[in-house]
Design a protein around this ligand. Structure first.
Ligand SMILES: NC(=O)c1ccc[n+]([C@@H]2O[C@H](COP(=O)([O-])OP(=O)(O)OC[C@H]3O[C@@H](n4cnc5c(N)ncnc54)[C@H](OP(=O)(O)O)[C@@H]3O)[C@@H](O)[C@H]2O)c1
Length: 407
């Protein structure tokens, strides 16, 4: 992969949002926010521009650093939150490896981003995140480029992808897409992330964690026999819990892991999912009333991926601080450190047990698929090395793997 070229001299950030609504526009904005899913920025769009400019909180137009020289991989980059994440990273000069499952959709997304930012440095790769074989090929393709990798954003996900389905490798489809695929990709790319440190892994979880539970006897989800929210809630809970434990295990090697919660976002995926009446109804209500756009949904992943002050603070769960506050669409509410709601995700020991258990499931699946076990030595060695370094300089020995601390 070629080294990144200098940004064009004419480079400027995207224009700030237009000055707020005039009184005459107000009824139109309100109507838009209510009837057009994903079009609005919530009630924020009703505020005059000068008020929006001075609101505290993280604003990517103002606060996102230049990402020149950084390589970021985003899965599900063609649509919704992943598209907006890619778009703003490219705008700020990152080289983005866009992972999509449909190449044509990926090409269209590139075309759209380049029409705004002609200098955007984008590389397209294909993978089905629900297939371990496909994820392995993706990792091989990424590693073969020889490029550094500074940030991995596991964004691709599904909510309720139609009738109950078990993948070729024996996982319920939602769990395969939202959890096992991203976990496998993360472990395979870890050596490259570590070599590129400081590096970050951003896992797009969900407020759905609060409804999830750990299905210890059915970690593959094959007995859930439900196409409703059960597999989704479980997948996002597992992603959150394993992110926290992985961060603890990686401590000292310069790779931070951030689980993030994008808020409730009206995205194309929400509209197209084939799902139960209840899920459709809740999506409809969210779309109409919250009106949070995909761009606002991208704030938490972007903040976790780029904010300098988050360096070394992996394990922090970032997102809107409460269910209702994102209503205002205000970035300040979208990028705060928050606590998981689910007790299981608060408990370090349970997270550790889940990591070990799901790693064992993943290993048996990759072995059965002829892909071999996921190598772990790279990060055990890395940690031993990091601990050795701390000992050499007379620092405190690092936390052992069993430690109960997140950070
Ligand atoms: N929207 C919300 O309110 C909300 C709330 C909490 C969490 N999230 C999470 O945010 C992330 C992004 O979702 P979104 O709202 O932006 O939805 P979206 O618009 O449907 O985007 C999902 C992306 O994931 C891709 N994808 C789905 N299955 C895949 C697979 N098997 N292999 C590769 N790519 C796959 C989709 O590709 P295609 O375009 O080809 O389908 C699409 O690019 C997801 O992880 C979602 O669970 C969303």
């Amino acid at each position: 992969m070629a080294t990144a070229a200098a940004p064009p001299a004419s480079f400027t950030l995207a224009p700030k949002p237009s000055a707020g609504a005039s009184l005459l526009q107000l009824p139109v904005r309100v109507a838009q926010a209510l009837v057009s899913p994903g079009s609005g920025e919530g009630l924020l769009s009703l505020l005059p521009g000068f008020v929006r400019q001075v609101l505290p909180g993280w604003d990517p137009d103002r606060d996102m650093p230049d990402m020149f020289g950084k390589v970021v991989l985003v899965t599900g980059a063609n649509s919704g939150i992943g598209y907006q994440t890619t778009r703003l990273l490219a705008r700020n000069n990152a080289h983005v490896i866009m992972v999509v499952r449909d190449i044509d959709k990926g090409k269209k997304a590139i075309e759209d981003i380049k029409s705004e930012f002609s200098f955007a440095k984008l590389t397209l790769m294909q993978a089905d995140m629900a297939s371990l074989k496909s994820v392995r090929k993706l990792a091989d393709d990424v590693l073969a480029t020889g490029s550094p990798l500074h940030v991995l954003i596991n964004n691709a996900g599904v909510l309720a992808p139609g009738p109950f389905t078990v993948t070729e490798e024996g996982f319920e489809l939602t769990l395969a897409t939202n959890f096992y695929g991203p976990l496998y990709l993360t472990l395979l790319l870890l050596p490259r992330l570590r070599a590129s440190a400081p590096a970050r892994i951003v896992n797009v979880a969900s407020f759905g964690e609060m409804f999830g539970k750990v299905h210890w006897d059915d970690l593959r989800g094959v007995d859930m026999s439900s196409s409703g929210l059960t597999p989704y809630a479980a997948s996002k809970l597992y992603l959150l819990m394993v992110s926290r434990d992985l961060n603890r295990r990686l401590r000292g090697i310069g790779v931070d892991v951030f689980p993030v919660h994008p808020g409730i976002v009206s995205t194309p995926g929400e509209a197209k999912s084939d799902r139960s009446y209840l899920v459709s109804l809740s999506a409809l209500i969210n779309s109409r009333l919250h009106g949070q756009s995909a761009l606002r949904g991208a704030l938490a992943p972007l903040f976790a991926a780029t904010e300098p002050k988050m360096q070394g603070r992996g394990g922090t769960y970032l997102g809107p601080n409460a269910f209702g506050l994102q209503l205002f669409g205000w970035g300040g509410f979208n990028t705060v450190a928050r606590e998981p709601v689910n007790w299981a995700a608060k408990d370090a020991e349970t997270c550790k047990q889940l990591y070990d258990a799901t790693r064992a499931v993943l290993d048996s699946a990759t072995v059965a698929a002829g892909l071999g076990k996921v190598p772990v030595t790279h990060f055990q060695e890395a940690q031993a090395e990091a601990l050795g370094k701390e000992a050499e300089v007379g620092g405190k020995p690092g936390l052992p793997l069993e430690s109960a601390s997140w950070r």
